[in-house]
Structure formats: structure tokens, C-alpha cells
Design a protein around this ligand. Structure first.
Ligand code: SF4
Length: 415
């Protein structure tokens, strides 16, 4: 049933209301790299506009059953973007001529059918959305909105609705998510311990198969609540960490990601961007060939950690917290059963690990680490993963391998 007709409760990401596209100030416009669909009514408007106003918009379109898709230029960018970075559709006509896809991004709507709840999020593959969400000193959270006609409800669904077996099951999955967010936001507990707790619970979650049984959900939630109540005192303080493991895993993944990009038939701007970021990160550690690592490279990694990454993350405890919290709220626990081949929690941890790991060499390459530099890594990597099916499959494979690893081994990845 459509969100406009069924009365849905709204939950908005706290950064949602502050979001406004920064247009030509954006360093990495979203008008490139991925398929930009034009819905049928908008396509019809373009045909009329070409006829009546001579705009020639349809020259850049390929008609499809659902309307049309924009033919990207040889650089993988939308040909309707002007040299000043502004959209020619808006400049020549007005914003009402933008298709759903262009109007909505980076907003996302997820519907939870059992509880008749719509969750409105922002995709952090957008530079500005990521800045507002991850770099906000306020903890990431959902804001409930009870107004009946909120305009956010007009955002078309960008993902399938989530299907839990019944209302109680769905409610429990939401409660687990909320408790995970509380857990990662326990600022009195060192971040290393909070991440270790998420890994511990990730391991437990795999055994519980949350999507299949209410009883399993209830038992798992009891564990999470007990941990929360204890302020994580039941998790040992002396968690063994080993930065070499972190360094080794991140450089291996970096090498494979570069290989994946180079093997692609079309290299889009986001591929160039991520390839450049990874290359700079490796160069920052003086790695010329990621197949041949030596002790000096590892020393450089340690040096980058001590000089840039650890002090910066210690000064800004909200960043990793918000990154994990955001992914939890995006509904990663509530995957439809057929997509539940691996623990979604593991994917979150892998993503966080990549960001931390790549920021080492990247900071050393630039001689600094600040919000702008880290944001560049976060939104670019996020867009790259969203854009590429191949990368998603690759990361799913890494997660499957990691899921065979013991939690003790995984703790060592996060120093
Ligand atoms: S990425 Fe975000 S800020 Fe940049 S042009 Fe797109 S919507 Fe605007």
C-alpha cells in the first residue's frame, strides 16, 4: 500500500531536515557514475519541452519501459550538467522538471510494513549528507514526526520494503537495532571496547538467525540488554589488538579493489576517485607494489596511526560512533531473508575497518587528517560500493571469509 494513502509513522534521520544540496560547491557531484533514470511523466515533459521550447533534452535520453535513462558522456557524467556545475534542466526550465531520481537523491525511504513506519534517511554517498550526519558532534538518532502530511512521505521507495514475519518480530528487530545504537554511543566506554562488543554480538547474531525466529530475536535482545545494563563490564578490558592484522587486511583489500577497478570495462568518475584515494593511501605508506609489503611499510602505518589517526579520532569520538550508528539505523539488521547470506553487522565492521585503515596512508600522504579529508574517504567509498555490483559481491565474499574468523581474531583488527 502506498505511503500517501496508508497512515505511516515517520522516523527521520536527525540530519535530514538540515540537508540542502550545495550545488556547484560540491566537489564530487552525484550527477555522474550511475544510471540516472527519468520517470515516465518527466520524460513526457521533456518531449513537450523540446517541441515547444526547443530545449533538445531528449537528445541525451535513451527511452526505456519505465520512461528513459540519461546517456552519460564519455567521462561517465550527466551531459546536462553545465560547465559551472549547475544543472541545465533547472537553469533552462525549473526544478519541477527534474525527474524523481534527481529530486530525491540523497534522500531514501524505507518502509516497515508490519509497524506501518516509514524511515527517511540520507545516503552518505553524498558529500554534504555525510558531513551533516557523520561529522555532527550530536549522536546520530531518529526523530519521530507525527504530522500527518509530512512532505518526506512523497519520497519514492528506493529499496524494497522490509518484511518481518509479523508485527512482534519486526518490533523486536527495531528494538535490537535501537539497543545496538545505544551501545555504540556509550561514550564512557573506550571506542575499542564498543567496537569489540559489536564484533562479539555480530558473532552471536550469526548463530541466532534473527530473520527466522521471534524467539531467537528475543533471546538475542536479552543478551544485548544485559550488556547495555552492565555498561559492557562483562567484555574484557584487555582486548588483544594487533595493528599488523589491520594493516595486512586493509592493504590486501586495497590491492584487490584496485584490481577490480582496472578490470572494469568502463571506468566511471567514482572509480577514478576511489582508485586515486587508494593509490594515495598506499603511496603515503611508501608502498609501490601492494603485492610486496615489508617491515618499513608497517612502520609507516604505525607512524601514521600515532601522528594522525589516533589523535584525530580521540579528539572526535562522534565520528566512528556516528558512522556505525548510521549504518545500523539504515536498517542493516532488517534484511529480507534471501539477502541474509552474511551478517549485515559484519559488513558494517568491514566498512569501518576500511575507512580507518585507508585513512592512515591517506593522512600520511597529505601530512594531515581533518574532517574534510576523512569525509572524502567516507562518501567516495560509500558511493563506489553503492554504484558497483561487482564491489558489493567482492565485499560480501570478504565478509563470508571473515565470518569464519573467531571474534578474538577480529578484535585484533580494531586498535
Ligand atoms: S552529491 Fe549531494 S551535495 Fe553534491 S550535488 Fe549531489 S546532492 Fe548535491
Amino acid at each position: 500500500m502506498d505511503g500517501m494513502t496508508r497512515r505511516y509513522k515517520l522516523e527521520l534521520l536527525n540530519s535530514y531536515e538540515n540537508f540542502k544540496c550545495i550545488g556547484s560547491d560540491c566537489d564530487f557531484t552525484c550527477c555522474s557514475s550511475w544510471q540516472i533514470d527519468i520517470d515516465k511523466p518527466t520524460h513526457e515533459k521533456y518531449i513537450q519541452s523540446d517541441k515547444q521550447q526547443g530545449t533538445r533534452l531528449t537528445e541525451h535520453l535513451i527511452a526505456t519501459d519505465a520512461g528513459a535513462t540519461i546517456r552519460l558522456n564519455e567521462r561517465g557524467e550527466c551531459p546536462l550538467i553545465q560547465e559551472d556545475g549547475l544543472c541545465s534542466v533547472v537553469c533552462q526550465l525549473d526544478e519541477t522538471y527534474l525527474g524523481n531520481h534527481c529530486t530525491v537523491y540523497p534522500r531514501m525511504r524505507l518502509d516497515y510494513n508490519q509497524s506501518a513506519t516509514s524511515r527517511i534517511m540520507l545516503s552518505i554517498s553524498c558529500q554534504e549528507a555525510s558531513r551533516l550526519t557523520v561529522f555532527n558532534p550530536e549522536p546520530v538518532r531518529l526523530v519521530r514526526d507525527f504530522s500527518e502530511q509530512h512532505s518526506a512521505l512523497q519520497i519514492p521507495l528506493l529499496a524494497d520494503s522490509y518484511h518481518a514475519s509479523d508485527n512482534r518480530h519486526e518490533g523486536l528487530l527495531h528494538t535490537i537495532t535501537e539497543n545496538f545504537v545505544k551501545l555504540i554511543q556509550l561514550r564512557s566506554v573506550p571506542m575499542k571496547k564498543r567496537l569489540a562488543t559489536v564484533i562479539f554480538l555480530t558473532d552471536q547474531a550469526q548463530q541466532y538467525q534473527l530473520n527466522e525466529s521471534i524467539e531467537h530475536c528475543q533471546a538475542f535482545n536479552n543478551e544485548v540488554v544485559a550488556l547495555l545494563k552492565s555498561q559492557l563490564t562483562t567484555i574484557p578490558d584487555d582486548i588483544a589488538t594487533d595493528r599488523y592484522n589491520q594493516f595486512d587486511l586493509v592493504t590486501r583489500i586495497s590491492r584487490l579493489l584496485l584490481k577490480t577497478i582496472q578490470a572494469q570495462p568502463i571506468i566511471y568518475p567514482v572509480d577514478h576517485k576511489v582508485s586515486q584515494l587508494i593509490t594515495q593511501s598506499l603511496q603515503g605508506l611508501a608502498i609501490e607494489d601492494a603485492n610486496h609489503l615489508n617491515g618499513q611499510h608497517y612502520q609507516n602505518y604505525l607512524d601514521a596511526g600515532q601522528r594522525y589517526v589516533t589523535p584525530y579520532l580521540d579528539r572526535n569520538p562522534h565520528i566512528m560512533e556516528n558512522l556505525v550508528g548510521y549504518h545500523l539505523l539504515k536498517g542493516n539488521l532488517l534484511f529480507p531473508a534471501e539477502q541474509n547470506r552474511m551478517s549485515p553487522l559484519l559488513l558494517i565492521m568491514l566498512y569501518v575497518l576500511l575507512i580507518i585503515g585507508l585513512s592512515h596512508g591517506y593522512a600520511r600522504y597529505h601530512g594531515t587528517l581533518d574532517d574534510e579529508k576523512l569525509n572524502e574517504l567516507i562518501f567516495s567509498l560509500h558511493r563506489f560500493i553503492d554504484h558497483s555490483q561487482g564491489t558489493q559481491t567482492f565485499l560480501a565474499g570478504v565478509c563470508e571469509k571473515l565470518s569464519a574468523t573467531s571474534p578474538e581474531q577480529m578484535y585484533t583488527f580494531f586498535d
